[in-house]
Design a protein around this ligand. Structure first.
Ligand code: PLP
Length: 417
């Protein structure tokens, strides 16, 4: 199995291991498999999630040097539950029972254990640089904490992340260092870019959401959930996915292409309307992002769209496979309140986008809303809406009560080293 660049200028081919260790293709494109493999005949749910994950990811590693370590990596990475919540005939796929209470734990943990296993073999060391405005940094810091041969430097903008997010970024010691940058998120991103461009710095890598190592684990839970759904109801699942950079939903489309029993995938976005506008007009116009209550989805130029355009080659094909609706902050608020009052179920602002779309556009039809974060991560938004405090999951509580440590710096990337 080989991977090529979405821009495919060079015609070069890479193994999965090479693609994951590189992150981005040399021509600036994203890695995609030459063809999406079928689910192997050995696929079974009977041996638990980690084994099923191994079976889903294995075909992407056919002929790869890391194949022998793959099962071990899956066992270490996926040690928390994926759960279906069903109320009044409505299903929600809760992807937030990992250490940092958001779905990004799946991808970050697989990537961390994968890189560690490769570096143990080669004896090299790598430093992961991450700029974060919220969830990504916490998931990456937690996943890479105590991984051998790896160091992490997390950059966050001063005053630009919530109190709880800040605590999650700064509660680690050892190989994870946090930097509070006296600037904006854009400054943080620029510092990371500048560091990568500096020829005197070696052994740097990134862990952002375009990395193939974060995408493959996001295929797994769609395969897993769709088979559970099929067994329970005898029909194929329709997933409504809260989307920003479209990495989570790309996982769903790859799962469907592998043969998982999925009928349709809908992308729920916030007020950043790039994708619904494209579906309406046929013209793709990436733009600046705007701030919303679902801030992990504040993306105006979704990076993984390049992978979806690679999967669906024309506008007509795209339109035949993808639907998307935009949900504004007012609707996010009312949906959180209504679902809580009517169904006694609390959802985060991102999940609320998908729940709104279910209520408005899928009235009465069976669908699965994908829940991307635990509401306790966004307590400053959800608590005033419902007028109650939210109980915190144990792993999150543990992180929030540890000592914080971080270094304050300006916007010069050289101060990171
Ligand atoms: C990152 C994130 C999203 C968006 O996921 P994409 O893969 O970027 O589309 C949605 N919800 C939460 C809570 C997130 O952290």
């Amino acid at each position: 199995m080989y991977f090529v660049s979405t821009r495919d200028e060079s015609g070069s081919k890479f193994t999965a291991s090479e693609a994951i260790m590189k992150g981005l293709a040399p021509d600036g494109g994203l890695f995609v498999p030459e063809r999406i493999p079928d689910l192997g005949p050995d696929f079974t749910m009977e041996k638990g999630y980690a084994y099923a994950a191994y079976e889903v990811i294995k075909p992407y590693f056919e002929g790869d040097e890391a194949l022998d370590d793959l099962y071990d990596i899956c066992q270490k990475a996926f040690n928390f539950p994926v759960s279906f919540h069903t109320r009044e005939g409505k299903d929600t796929l809760e992807l937030y029972w990992g250490p940092t209470s958001a779905f990004k734990d799946f991808g970050a943990r697989f990537l961390a254990f994968f890189m560690e296993s490769r570096l143990k073999k080669s004896g090299e060391d790598l430093t992961v640089l991450v700029a974060t405005s919220g969830d990504t940094g916490g998931a990456v810091a937690s996943a890479f904490h105590e991984r051998e041969h790896l160091r992490v430097k997390v950059l966050f903008p001063k005053g630009g992340v919530s109190e709880r997010q800040m605590r999650q970024l700064t509660c680690f010691d050892g190989n994870v260092e946090a930097f509070e940058v006296n600037g904006t998120f854009d400054d943080c991103q620029k510092m990371v870019k500048d560091a990568f461009m500096d020829p005197s710095l070696h052994g740097l890598t990134s862990a952002n959401s375009i990395n193939l190592g974060r995408l493959l684990p996001q295929v797994v839970y769609y395969v897993w959930a769709s088979f559970i759904y099929k067994a329970r109801y005898g029909r194929e699942a329709v997933f409504i996915v809260p989307s920003g950079n479209v990495g989570n939903s790309t996982g769903a489309f790859w799962a469907k292409a592998m043969g998982a029993p999925i009928r349709h995938i809908e992308l729920a976005v916030n007020a950043n309307r790039t994708i619904p506008d494209y579906l309406e007009s046929g013209e793709y116009r990436p733009r600046k992002s705007c701030h919303t209550l679902a801030n992990a989805m504040d993306v105006g130029a979704p990076s993984n769209m390049e992978r979806l355009f690679n999967l669906f080659k024309s506008y007509d094909e795209f339109k035949a496979n993808v639907t998307s609706h935009s949900v504004d902050d007012y609707k996010i608020r009312t949906t959180i309140r209504e679902v809580f009052e009517e169904e006694g179920y609390l959802i985060c602002p991102h999940t609320a986008c998908a729940e709104y779309v279910r209520r408005k556009y899928y009235d009465g039809k069976p669908t699965v809303v994908v829940s991307t974060a635990h509401p306790a991560k966004f307590e400053s938004i959800v608590e005033p809406i419902i007028g109650k405090t939210v109980a915190i999951p144990e792993t999150l509580y543990d992180m929030l009560t540890r000592d914080c440590s971080y270094t304050e710096i300006g916007t010069d990337y050289r101060d990171l080293f």
